[in-house]
Write a protein that binds this ligand. Structure first.
Ligand code: NAD
Length: 659
């Protein structure tokens, strides 16, 4: 059963062609005797008709409304209002002029009659977004909701097609987000779907004939319906993002809505499959985010934030701002998720995974099948296993559907995994290589280990760790005579405050000077370049080894062929591995990278092939000649590595985290 609460504002709505003539009667109905008319310079022709209709009721005018309702503009209009002792507001224009009327009504409680000329929908909401000192703040109050809206289709006939498209998509966004709003009720559902299908009909028709009265009426009615949704239920990620992009980066309102909507929908789609299916049906397309993108592109609307003038360098800050305050949204909001969405929107790509129109046309609805598989986990006693399997199935089904995967492609994918299984042995782990080269290991590593500020960053374990390495004494040489530039490592393990951690177990492993680990060299007798140390009372460990070098991950298997197929190299930047454990502390798996070495920077695909490098882990392996710290005679150059690892204390509430 669906529970809901529905509260509707008391607006009076007149809809038709030529309704403008009734503006005087409507103002008088609200007790108006002295009208302040708000309008804009681009609406002179219509303003003349409103003036004529108002007659001697009109005592003052203001035509300086600006987007996002800056408070200084409101102050100027307020001065005119007081000077002329106006007792009623009539606003002719888009969302900006309506916003000004609302801001004045909020301050004076005067009644408002709004004559909308765009499809923004603001005229039927009790919401006002005002900008002060560069920040847009939204508030809601019954005093803000206009008393009367006079929709006159003739006022929209000369709204340029480009603006009609973006403004129409602004309305579409209200309807879309209403359909997955937690406050939605059967009435908002119905009117939102009606708005979606009217917009889907009207936008292409306007492209053919911008003065098509029926198409204009469809759009204006949809604007009212969608605006009603906006005024009744809470909006989600899409509106929050557009609010941020408009308020903090000055991007134009309707255009920003147009670019962002398909991407916000794609982000939310996995968490709102039912709403997306209904939107897709109303649009008459197989899937909603791609369908909205295609509708916009076909109508000639903007598709990238780049073309709206947004600087690439602002994307991160925008993601930060949009993720900073929690708000209801069907899918969990993460900074990285929003950053990815914004990147797609900035580039102007068709939402990732959405099938190309030709393939999509024939795609069957598989949601029942997905639902059945998910339901098959209902009796799983382990809630985490159930959660992970459910999302895995949804993600895999969605992947196949979005990409219209063919049987041959799926067979190839299974063949790839089979081959990875066959080549995997005790000393060769192709699945770790796959996880590493797709960046998944780094994602899981970051999720598991990067939540303790003030400690040394972690890095992936990699495929060459062997549990239980041989114990070694401080100062010993773990290279056991292998050729290479001698390296003296002097490392300390401390707590987050810098106090030494005595008795910590420190496992070290690395490649030789040619880039091979011992387990890759069958001729070697026993473990080399890997050892286990225990820190002394100062938290220190010292040992000799050799300078590691960059090396290719094993690339003679399916992962190597995958890298070759996409034009990627198989190299890792030179590094030393550490795995540190101590009672009362969280284990730290990390790597130190040789500063100045290859594959540390460069364009994506040219850096470390497992995405393991973190700036704080790039360390000086300083060249030295002459006497060594322990007096060992060395001819020529040797290197010195000094590093202090800060490890995090165990979170007391997590008893599983012991060394
Ligand atoms: P707008 O009102 O700023 O209008 C854009 C431009 O189009 C202006 O230059 C305007 O003069 C011109 N114009 C408007 N109608 C025209 C017509 N018929 N013919 C020719 N030119 C015309 O833009 P908008 O997209 O309607 O509104 C955007 C503003 O509304 C933003 O500030 C936004 O935050 C706000 N808004 C608020 C709500 C709410 O519920 N509070 C809802 C939607 C939009």
């Amino acid at each position: 059963m669906r529970s809901f609460v529905r509260t509707v504002g008391p607006s009076r709505v007149l809809f038709g062609a030529g309704t403008l003539q009734q503006v005087r009667a409507e103002a008088e109905r609200l007790g108006g005797t002295r009208v302040l008319l708000l309008s804009g310079p681009s609406l002179r022709k219509h303003a003349d008709r409103v003036r004529a209709a108002l007659g001697d009721l009109l005592v003052a005018e203001f035509d300086g409304a600006a987007m996002h309702t800056p408070v200084e503009v409101t102050a100027r209009a307020l001065a005119v209002l007081h000077e002329q002792r106006a007792d009623c507001l009539v606003a002719l224009g888009g969302g900006s002029t309506t916003g000004l009327a609302k801001a004045l009504a909020l301050r004076t409680d005067l009644p408002q009659v709004i004559l909308p000329t765009t499809y923004a929908g603001s005229e039927v909401t009790p919401v006002l977004g005002e900008t002060a000192k560069g920040e847009k703040v939204t508030r809601s109050s019954p005093a803000i909701l206009p008393e009367t809206v006079v929709y006159d289709v003739e006022l929209t006939l000369d709204l340029p097609v480009a603006m009609s498209v973006t403004s129409g998509v602004n309305a579409l966004a209200h309807a879309v987000e209403a359909l997955y709003s937690p406050d939605a009720d059967p009435v908002t559902d119905a009117i939102a779907l009606e708005a979606v299908s009217a917009i889907a009909r009207a936008l292409p028709a306007l492209g053919d004939d911008p003065s098509d009265l029926e198409a204009r009426a469809d759009l204006l009615r949809a604007a009212w319906l969608a605006g009603t949704c906006l005024g009744t239920v809470g909006m989600g990620l899409h509106h929050k993002l557009c609010h941020t992009l408009g308020g903090s980066f000055g991007l134009p309102h309707a255009e920003t809505h147009t670019v962002v909507l398909p991407h916000a929908m794609a982000y939310n789609a996995p968490a709102a499959p039912e709403a997306m299916a209904r939107i897709a049906a109303a649009l008459g397309v197989p899937e909603a985010p791609g369908g909205v993108f295609d509708l916009i592109r076909a109508a000639g609307g903007p598709t990238s934030l780049r073309e709206l003038g947004m600087a690439e360098g602002d994307l991160d800050r925008a993601a930060e701002l949009a993720a900073s305050k929690p708000y209801p949204n069907p899918r969990e909001l993460t900074r990285d998720g929003i950053a990815g969405l914004l990147r797609e929107a900035w580039e102007g790509r068709r939402p990732t995974g959405a099938p190309a129109p030709a393939a999509a046309a024939a795609a069957p609805d598989l949601s029942a099948l997905t639902g059945e598989v998910v339901a098959s986990f209902d009796n799983c006693p382990d809630p985490r296993a159930k959660e992970l399997l459910t999302d895995l199935v949804r993600t895999l089904h969605g992947y196949a559907v979005r990409n219209d995967v063919t049987q041959a492609e799926w067979q190839r994918a299974i063949g790839f995994l089979t081959e990875a299984g066959h080549i995997t042995s005790d000393t060769r782990q192709e699945f770790i290589l796959l996880s590493d080269t797709l960046g998944v290991s780094s994602v899981v590593d970051a999720l598991s280990n990067s939540r303790t500020p003030g400690t040394t960053p972690s890095a992936v374990l990699g495929p060459f760790y062997v549990p239980g390495p041989p114990a070694a004494e401080h100062g010993s040489d773990i290279a056991l005579g292998l050729a290479g530039t001698p390296l003296w490592s002097d490392v300390r393990i401390t707590d987050p405050q810098g106090a030494p951690v005595a008795g910590a177990v420190v496992d070290v492993w690395q490649s030789d000077a040619d880039g091979f680990y011992d387990i890759q060299l069958p001729d070697l007798d026993g473990p080399v370049l890997r050892a286990r140390f225990h820190t002394d009372d100062d938290g220190r460990v010292t040992f000799w080894s050799i300078l590691p070098s960059p090396y290719p991950i094993p690339d003679d298997g399916p992962v190597g062929r995958m890298l070759e197929a996409v034009g990627r190299h198989p190299y890792r930047a030179a590094h030393l591995h550490f795995l540190i454990k101590a009672p009362g502390y969280r284990p730290l798996t990390t790597q130190l990278f040789v500063k100045g070495g290859a594959y540390l920077d460069g364009p994506p695909g040219q850096r470390d092939t497992v995405f393991g490098v973190k700036e704080e882990l790039v360390t000086e392996f300083a060249p030295r000649t002459g006497p060594t710290p322990d007096g060992r005679p060395v001819e020529g150059e040797w290197r010195l590595l000094e590093f202090a690892f800060r490890i995090a204390r165990t979170v007391p509430t997590d008893p599983t985290e012991t060394a």
